[in-house]
Design a protein around this ligand. Structure first.
Ligand code: HDE
Length: 676
């Protein structure tokens, strides 16, 4: 793979210390790095020890403040290409030429948890993309949920105070299942729609590679002629949108708190590059008022069946970072980083974000020169009269640092529009200075009901369970009841079971009158494939090598990833002397770390081995995962009493088995199951 422009730029900052002498930061070679300088072997350390002082001081200052939200994240490099010119709608250069590959850097994150919290929590996920374009950096700072909890940025500190651990005891970590969050919800009912998403499978994605991204706000595309369209941005994962189940997610957080970052990192290392198509929904300026929602309201989505998503390009993530702190931690995103052809709307949430993101970098990255950090530098030149400040790298030459001037021929000089100068879309503005919210923002429940109507039966079941879990953790009876009252406006079918589970009452009848649904919102209708699905193969000594090899080869041909689990590491030997290297033991892995299990067993396995295999199978089965067995595994499935259930594949003919099992893997989960 050739280096793209960003990669080339980063190269000049990379350092490899291997094989080098140890030096101080001043470049002085160090003769000894184990003992501080002392007055006598048993005496006190001397102030004079510059090496000790420098090493310790640097260490003492290693930590920077974590992000107030989205602290837990993981990032990767990649490229974006447009499929066809978007000239008709926008003049943004990186959206014109299909031959141009624009370097990108993407950071995925959870929202509420601290930097060290677990990955598989119930939460929205951040999906922030920095495009290093020829016209400057463009940041699309989105989430995996297309709407937001609040309609006005001034409420963001309140929302985050409510969802973060409670201040008197700093609990719970990375969870919304507590009183203050639900108290906020019940008393700020604009949150209804996003809460429905947050209680749905969307909030526990299977992988960062299998979740959608959304710009959330309405932005503007502006073309060469100055014509504007309202636009909403979408990322559609090529592998489809898939989730875990809640019990599984909670166990994953114990078995592998790094589950999502490991998944992303390993996929890229294996060459299974995550891909996402960029889609846009476009609404003409003159149609601004043609919808039953306000296009400026960030608690509303544009149903894809009404406003189709036009797929315009593809992003491929193909390189892991060299250093997580230097790149993923120091990257500074900002929805206000735009390029000509992309402009804002008056969405009051977006407007407030335009202030917050630079402000937060000042405290987080320690001053106004964070744009000079390697990961944040544009790949095009940048010139202005800004000077000095903490950590300044650039050595600006010359006498002049002001505009206008004559000593430097009035340069750096503003560029005309034709020369690529950014001009703001000239929207006509008029109005009174008021602290208010538009009447058109006041319908909080119609789209929440549409979301509910769009869910498949298992998805509805999961939402009910999620509400029951979260409210079940709430201590205040009053808050529990208020939430039931609130969501009675969405669906009585939903609140009936939840109220029963938490011992609350249904005090309002009626539900919603909205019957509309949007099939695009259900993950049931997503792309399904076996590609990159992890199959755990349970086998011990004495397996049938020929048969197992055939099955594993077919699974690999379908794109699935096969990893071997046994009772100990090392080689397992088949009856026909075929050998396999074991990747994990029952101790070091767990069924929750796999998409499916293929249980083979072996003639020479112990009873304990069998019990472990059954335990793994039972758990995978209870998470609706495809499970398959041949040889000894078939007997164990019989013992478990799961043979006739959906997504349980057994077949003595290994050829048929491989085909059927692959199909079961493609289905992702088998909801139609009686749990044993
Ligand atoms: Fe953010 N948000 N946000 N946000 N946001 C931050 O900026 C903020 C919102 C999003 O991986 C912070 O650099 C306000 C919506 C992502 O580095 C901060 C409001 C969406 C990331 C901030 C919102 C997002 C952030 C914290 C309400 C989806 C992580 C650290 C008006 C469209 C970016 C930082 C990364 C991060 C403020 C709402 C997405 C404090 C005031 C809506 C993906 O500036």
């Amino acid at each position: 793979m050739g280096k793209n422009r960003k990669d080339e730029q980063l190269e000049q900052y990379r350092v490899d210390d291997t094989g080098k002498h140890l030096t101080t930061n001043q470049g002085l070679k160090v003769a000894e790095d184990e003992f501080s300088l002392k007055a006598g072997q048993r005496g006190p350390t001397l102030m004079e020890d510059f090496h000790f002082r420098e090493k310790m001081t640097h260490f003492d200052h290693e930590r920077i403040p974590e992000r107030i939200v989205h602290a837990r994240g993981f990032a990767a490099h990649g490229e974006f290409e447009v499929y066809e010119s978007m000239k008709e709608f926008t003049k943004a250069k990186f959206l014109q030429d299909p031959l141009v590959k624009t370097p990108v850097f993407v950071r995925f994150s959870t929202v509420a948890g601290s930097k060290g919290s677990a990955d598989a929590v119930r939460d929205a996920r951040g999906f922030a993309t920095k495009f290093y374009t020829e016209e400057g950096n463009y940041d699309l700072v989105g989430n995996n949920i297309p709407v937001f909890f609040i309609q006005d940025a001034i409420k963001f500190p309140d929302l985050i105070h409510a969802v973060k651990p409670e201040p008197h005891n700093e609990m719970p970590q990375a969870a919304s299942a507590h009183d203050t969050f639900w108290d906020f919800v019940a008393n700020n009912q604009e949150s209804a729609h996003m809460v429905m998403w947050a209680m749905s499978d969307r909030a526990i994605p299977r992988s960062y590679r299998m979740m959608e991204g959304f710009g959330v706000h309405t932005f503007r595309f502006v073309n060469e002629q100055g014509q504007a369209h309202f636009v909403k941005f979408h990322w559609k994962p090529v592998l489809g949108t898939h989730s875990m189940v809640w019990d599984e997610a909670q166990k994953v957080n114990g078995k592998d708190p790094d589950f999502h970052r490991r998944d992303l990192y390993e996929a890229i290392e294996n060459g299974d590059y995550p891909e996402y198509e960029l889609g846009v929904q476009l609404i003409k300026e003159e149609d601004e008022f043609s919808f039953d929602f306000d296009v400026l309201d960030p608690t509303k989505l544009w149903p894809e069946e009404d406003v189709p998503v036009k797929i315009v390009g593809k992003m491929t993530l193909n390189r892991n970072v060299d250093n997580v702190f230097a790149e993923s931690e120091q990257v500074a995103f900002h929805p206000g980083h735009v390029v000509p052809g992309i402009d804002f709307s008056n969405d009051p949430l977006l407007q407030g974000r335009l202030f917050s993101y630079t402000d937060t970098q000042l405290i987080r990255l320690g001053g106004p020169n964070f744009h000079e950090l390697p990961i944040n530098r544009p790949v095009c030149p940048f010139h202005n009269n800004q000077r000095d400040g903490y950590g300044r790298h650039t050595i600006n030459r010359g006498q002049v640092s002001y505009h206008k001037n004559s000593l430097a021929q009035n340069t750096p000089s503003p560029a005309s529009e034709a020369e690529g100068g950014y001009t703001h879309y000239q929207e006509k503005m008029e109005g009174h200075k008021v602290r208010a919210r538009s009447e058109s923002f006041k319908d909080h429940f119609s789209q929440a009901a549409m979301f509910w109507n769009s869910m498949s039966a298992p998805e509805k079941e999961h939402i009910k369970k999620a509400f029951s879990f979260e409210l079940g953790k709430v201590q205040s009876k009053s808050v529990q009841q208020q939430v039931i009252d609130m969501f009675s406006n969405v669906s009585i079918e939903l609140v009936k079971d939840v109220a029963e589970a938490i011992g609350a009452d249904i005090r309002k009848q009626g539900g919603s009158t909205v019957t509309k649904s949007s099939p695009a919102l259900s993950q049931e209708n997503t792309m399904k494939t076996a590609k990159t699905r992890k199959v755990g193969v349970i086998l011990g000594d004495g397996f049938n090598g020929k048969d197992v090899t055939l099955v594993l080869d077919q699974l690999k041909d379908s794109g699935a990833q096969v990893e071997l689990i046994s009772d100990r590491l090392g080689k397992r030997v088949g009856l026909d002397e075929v050998e396999f290297d074991v990747d994990h033991t029952f101790l070091t892995s767990d069924s929750v770390l796999f998409d499916s299990l293929y249980v083979v067993g072996g003639k020479d396995v112990s009873n304990q081995f069998k019990q472990q295999a059954i335990y793994f199978t039972k758990e995978a089965f209870s998470h609706y995962k495809p499970v398959g067995a041949t040889h000894d595994g078939m007997k164990w499935f019989e013992e478990l009493g799961i043979i006739d259930q959906t997504g349980v594949v057994t077949n003595e003919d290994v050829n048929n088995f491989a085909g059927e099992f692959t199909h079961a893997i493609i289905a992702h989960r088998h909801w139609d199951r009686q749990l044993v």
